[in-house]
Write a protein of this length. Structure first.
Length: 277
């Protein structure tokens, strides 16, 4: 344990020395994905990742300069130098690793379908499984996906574009359902509530936030919680491949905030449960 602490302290000193002359770090976020990150009615950013990022900047002795960016263009804007890191509920996937480096994961949340309570899809059970880890390619996992396709055959499933949720539908449900793409989760939430979608697929925390709002009172989860596979290995910060000093700096602070329980407390505040890594 002593050697681990010494290593963390040493890495912290090296990383902080690298940015000794920096006054701020530019952080790209969507600002439309509560409770991860969101612009409130006053136009201010709030959410678990905003608290997380601000605390990380405080520990690094720099100011967070938050930049909002539509999800579809969030990685291209990073690569073009608009900001230094993406903190935006971005899952660590092999596809994205081809373009950017990721910090170590700091939070993780599964994905689920949600439907209207009075729909025939409510309380859907597939293969008797409450959780399906796509990293386990066993018979039960395949049976669960097969039963899910049969139950939702011909239905319209709505997801945010350029997300792991779109990837899941394309890989595991193509041909069984009609997929509609939306720029934000708020857009597909509205269409679910008004009956223009039969189901949505999103992160559990995002759907809970919707169900707690006036517009989501008639919405319920259905089917198992999905993880692994196209859903990646938790949520991390995305950084340009050449910016290894920034990567080391953030990994050091992420480890520190995980070890002292800060990230756990932030997630409990915003999600009502510990989804820290």
């Amino acid at each position: 344990m002593k050697n681990i602490l010494v290593s963390l302290i040493t890495l912290s000193l090296i990383s902080l020395t690298t940015i000794a002359n920096a006054k701020s770090i530019r952080i790209g976020t969507e600002g439309a994905y509560p409770p991860w990150n969101n612009l409130n009615s006053a136009g201010d950013l709030e959410g678990a990742e905003i608290d997380f990022g601000n605390e990380a900047c405080n520990r690094m002795g720099v100011e967070c300069e938050w930049v909002t960016q539509d999800w579809d263009g969030i990685i291209p804007a990073l690569l073009n130098g608009k900001y230094d890191i993406i903190i935006a509920g971005m899952s660590i996937t092999e596809e994205r690793k081809q373009k950017v480096n990721f910090t170590n994961g700091y939070m993780t949340d599964g994905a689920r379908f949600a439907v209207l309570k009075d729909s025939g899809l409510a309380d859907l059970s597939v293969a008797g499984m409450s959780k399906v880890n796509l990293n386990n390619a066993g018979g039960k996992q395949q049976a669960a996906i097969g039963q899910l396709n049969a139950a939702m055959s011909g239905k319209t499933v709505c997801v945010q574009s350029s997300t792991i949720h779109q990837n899941f539908i394309e890989k595991h449900m193509a041909g069984a359902v009609t997929m509609k793409l939306y720029q934000t989760v708020d857009d597909h939430n509205l269409d679910l509530a008004t009956g223009r979608c039969d189901a949505i697929l999103a992160d559990v925390g995002s759907i809970i936030d919707f169900m707690d709002s006036d517009g989501g009172v008639d919405v319920a989860f259905t089917g198992p919680t999905f993880s692994g596979g196209v859903f990646g290995d938790g949520v991390g910060g995305a950084i340009r491949k050449e910016d290894t000093d920034i990567l080391d700096m953030w990994n050091s602070v992420i480890a520190e905030m995980s070890a002292d329980g800060t990230t756990a407390e932030i997630t409990k505040k915003w999600f009502g449960r510990d989804i820290s890594m």
